[in-house]
Design a protein around this ligand. Sequence first.
Ligand code: GNR
Ligand code: NI
Length: 168
Amino acid sequence: MALLKILEFPDPRLRTIAKPVTDFDAQLSRLIDDMIETLYEADGVGLAATQVDVHKRLVVIDTSEDRNDPLVFANPEITVLDGGMHEGREGCLSVPGFYEPVIRPEHILVRAQDRRGKAFELRPEGLLAVCIQHELDHLNGKLFVDYISVLKRQRIRSKLEKQHRQPA
Ligand code: GNR
Ligand code: NI
């Protein structure tokens, strides 16, 4: 297995729109394992392939307490179900150190394929529902900072650009 490098905002590669996964082969399986290892090492809840500069519609998520229940979503699609919106503080491994409130639909239906290509459905709740929406945004080149004010986004961009010029 291998740890993958996570791209950070404002890297333009994070704006790439990912392409559907078509081949559920050994190479994909290796990528999934590397993404799960990278997710755990970074202490994140979810990771989209876009964040590791692989522009395929692939996400791994683990919201379990013990970090031993990784979920794989290839070609995820979301349908918003009836119900309200929910505001939660979001962070992102590609925007390290910043947390801002984002409002998203609370009830969704997710359709995706697993690592073998088998289709499945899920009606996630709570953090899992938030995280899947956050990850699907990555596959569409969108970041949580796109939902906050221009002023806040520019401040975050300046601070991260400075860190990238003068790494710790
Ligand atoms: O680790 C993560 N935590 C998180 C918290 C609230 C809302 C969304 C997330 S996803 C984030 C990992 C990440 O950047 N995934 O793309
Ligand atoms: Ni993220």
